[in-house]
Design a protein around this ligand. Structure first.
Ligand code: HSE
Length: 352
């Protein structure tokens, strides 16, 4: 039986939900997935850190108060965030990185990923910053160190998008995609269709936990722009940077615009899209688009996300599901760990 030792970097909602899943489901995973997970280190800038090579109690971690320095209450815990020590020295095989996204330089998350990969540890992350801004460098680093760097949760949380497109749609020749890739802005637009004002709708999205720490990143399209960069680089082999993607958000849409669209049999949606042009170049944008009601993305309401891939062999393939949420995003980390396990098992079977 395989047991992976796991270090959790960032202990906000996502890694806390992963600890809860481990507490509840480890025995089930043993039979269902062929492995169990043991948490050997946790670090968080606000809560502090704790390490134990023999394993920490996942249920107690999941219940830890959210007060500053709370890790100090645990045996061996400290209110200092010993990030480097936890990543490099707590004996983990896999680092689960789920700190906040910094859209400017991807730090400190990028350094966390770098330290782990250089030390020969697999990394699973839900963080858009390191992938959108430093994806090529981190992937090359992982390859050089013969470890995995997985980031399914960076786009549409646990709804399988990246692996679905790269593995199940491989060979279908994807030529582009368009997606509703931000739950907050879609929730806001849906609330506005019900007559709620923009500011009130944003407040509701914050209260429900969909919005980024700074909700302007959601409604101005910056969050979607990072996701467009990730998907275009992964699926279209583009080499886009954030500045290659034109970006307009939904803040200028009024209740009148939305009512007029309804009258005309259409809905406003914030769409992130990329397309391969005839000359091979990739054009990419984030913008509000008026979709007629028969468009595959027009019926997506509330905080739900969806992406529609265009491929030469299948035409449009659309997948919808949650794009945010603690447990939903923790599931993305689990799906990355499952992928690591399956690859390792395959290598063992072939003596590679
Ligand atoms: N704030 C994001 C959203 C969370 O609303 O979709 C996931 O990236």
């Amino acid at each position: 039986m395989t047991e992976y030792k796991l270090a959790l970097v960032g202990f906000g909602g996502v890694n806390r939900a992963l600890a809860q899943l481990i507490a509840e489901r480890n025995q089930q995973w043993k039979t269902e997935l062929g492995f169990t997970l043991k948490i050997v280190g946790v670090t968080d800038l606000f809560l502090g850190s704790v390490m134990d090579r023999h394993g920490l109690d996942a249920a107690s971690l999941a219940k830890l108060p959210t007060t500053k320095g709370a890790m100090a209450q645990l045996p061996g815990g400290t209110l200092d965030a010993l990030n480097e020590a936890v990543i490099k020295d707590c004996g983990a095989d896999i680092i689960a990185e789920a700190t906040f996204t910094n859209p400017v330089d991807g730090e400190p998350a990028t350094s966390f990923c770098r330290w782990a990969l250089e030390r020969g540890k697999h990394v699973v992350t839900t963080n858009k910053g390191p992938i959108a801004l430093h994806g090529a460098e981190l992937k090359a680093l992982a390859q050089r160190n013969n470890v995995a760097f997985e980031y399914e949760g960076s786009v549409m949380s646990g709804t399988p998008v990246i692996r679905l497109a790269k593995e199940s749609l491989a060979g279908s020749s994807i030529t582009g995609f368009e997606g509703i890739l931000n739950g907050t802005s879609n929730f806001v637009l849906t609330c506005m269709e019900g007559g709620l004002g923009f500011a009130e709708a944003v407040s509701q999205a914050q209260a429900l936990g969909y919005a980024e720490a700074d909700p302007t990143a959601d409604v101005e399209g910056h969050d979607v722009r990072l996701k467009v960069v990730i998907l275009a680089n992964e699926l279209l082999d583009a080499k886009l940077t954030v500045n290659d993607v034109t970006c307009n958000g939904i803040a200028s849409l009024t209740l009148d615009d939305i009512e007029k669209a309804r009258h005309d049999g259409a809905r406003w949606k914030l769409i992130g899209a990329a397309t391969r042009q005839a000359d091979g170049s990739i054009s990419a944008s984030v913008e509000p688009r008026l979709l007629s009601n028969d468009h595959p993305l027009a019926s997506i309401s509330g905080a739900t996300n969806a992406v529609s891939f265009t491929s030469e062999l299948l035409g449009a393939v659309t997948v919808s599901g949650p794009g945010a949420g603690r447990t939903e995003t923790a599931f993305a980390l689990l799906s990355d760990i499952i992928h690591i396990h399956q690859s390792a098992t395959l290598k063992q079977e072939h003596n590679l």
